[in-house]
Design a protein around this ligand. Structure first.
Ligand code: F3S
Length: 428
């Protein structure tokens, strides 16, 4: 890998041991990927130094104080280093627990304190504690062409496809190293030639709302796996929420990190622009049959119409989605047999509190939670057997993680289930 003079100085240890270890990691990682150089980044999203009961126990007898986990686990260093403040703008993504509601996550006060301590550690090192999978809804909105180093598949795909910024799906180690060096290997989606479409998906059925886009994303990911779908055809212009649900779904049924919607996303003003010099390797139809099959696939693990848990907010809900829930819930009570948990970022929850939305949801019997979700936190209400979801991503993961049945539908279907205790959703 060819390094600049400044990068060589970092690698030689002239900027301190922590920076040296971070550069060693990035160079090793970049060379394994065939990267020829590093690229500057000033926007990093990861989970620096995040502890967990497992990591806490594993490292509890290691000497070195607060920097032990970041040194050994994040930087893969054999010695403990003095971790400096982040060099570039960096934020903390979601974690495993809402520290304001440890009881709902089944964690003890002691474990909640552990999470709080690791959050304090990150904050003390200059990291913005957004604690969300939707940093772009909480003030971190990269600009077109900006090189980023982000973790979290649903955020990565949004960053690339919708914002036109450049990132691969990074890991904890590379993001932590990037935070203190401002560098990331220049490969994959950092390079324009790798951002063109591979498959054309001809949309022949009306696609107009969040549920439609979520299903189309799930279908697209299943077909293209880790390649780049280009959507062309019969859809209403997707808004931010449609993109949020499309991308999260495509990144879970496949490993999609980038897509184009012709006429809507910044690198696809036209079909020709979306494919650049490439030709589609396959042209796939998304019509009535494919849509119905996708709906059936998503609902394949549900039998019992008796619903006991409704989880909304995957990816974390926007303020508008919380407002829409309030419109459906105001003045009503959810079924005594149901729990309603809505996940969002701290940032959005604060505005929701100010606007009285959180109180409307509380009075109806639901709760707004932050920082995590049922899949990441492996947390569901006690005794849950059947969940209702409006997220194809969460429907993909939660039944397998928690051993429960899951219904997939719209937000309206889910709120109806919360009020009646029964699933009445229908295929669109
Ligand atoms: Fe976010 Fe959890 Fe979904 S972290 S994208 S709400 S799986």
């Amino acid at each position: 890998m060819e390094l600049t003079r400044n990068e060589l100085a970092m690698l030689d240890g002239q900027k301190g041991l922590a920076i040296q270890k971070a550069m060693e990691l990035l160079v090793k990682y970049g060379e394994a990927l065939g990267a020829e150089r590093l690229v500057d980044t000033s926007n990093v999203a990861g989970v620096p130094g995040q502890s967990s009961p497992f990591l806490h126990n594993y490292y509890k007898d290691y000497p070195g104080g607060k920097d032990v986990i970041f040194s050994h686990f994040d930087l893969d260093s054999d010695v403990v280093v003095d971790v400096p403040n982040t060099l570039v703008s960096s934020c903390h993504l979601q974690g495993g627990v809402d520290q304001a509601h440890p009881e709902l996550f089944g964690v003890s006060a002691e474990t909640a304190e552990l999470y709080q301590n690791s959050e304090n550690y990150a904050a003390d090192h200059g990291i913005k504690i957004l604690k969300t999978c939707t940093p772009y809804l909480a003030g971190n909105v990269p600009v077109r062409g900006e090189h980023c180093a982000w973790m979290e598949s649903s955020a990565v795909i949004y960053c690339n496809a919708v914002l036109g910024a450049y990132t691969n799906t990074e890991g904890r180690e590379s993001t932590s190293a990037a935070m203190i060096t401002g560098k990331i290997p220049d490969w994959g989606l950092h390079k324009t030639e790798n951002r063109y479409g591979s498959h054309r998906i001809d949309v022949e059925v009306s696609v107009k709302n969040v549920m439609d886009w979520g299903m189309l994303g799930y279908f697209s990911g299943k077909i293209v796996q880790e390649k780049i779908p280009v959507l062309n055809g019969n859809y209403s212009m997707p808004d931010l929420l449609c993109h949020k649900h499309f991308g999260a779904a495509a990144a879970s049924s496949g490993g999609v990190e980038m897509y184009h919607v012709v006429g809507a996303t910044p690198e696809a003003e036209t079909l020709e622009m979306a494919f650049g010099p490439k030709k589609p390797v396959e042209i796939i139809k998304y019509g009535e049959t494919e849509r119905r099959q996708t709906y059936e696939d998503l609902n394949a693990r549900a039998r019992d119409p008796q619903v006991d848990y409704i989880m909304l907010g995957c990816p974390h809900y926007s303020l508008e989605q919380i407002r829409d829930v309030c419109r459906l819930l105001e003045g009503k009570k959810i079924s005594v047999n149901c729990n309603l948990w809505i996940f969002t970022s701290r940032f959005v929850k604060q505005i929701s509190d100010q606007k009285g939305y959180s109180e409307i949801i509380r009075q109806a019997g639901g709760v707004i939670l932050t920082d995590s979700c049922s899949a990441i936190g492996q947390a569901i209400p006690e005794g849950t057997k059947v969940v209702a979801l409006d997220s194809a991503k969460q429907t993909h993961y939660l039944p397998a993680i928690m051993g429960i049945e899951a219904w997939f539908g719209s937000m309206e279907d889910c709120i109806d289930a919360a009020l009646t205790g029964r699933w009445n959703g229908k295929a669109p």
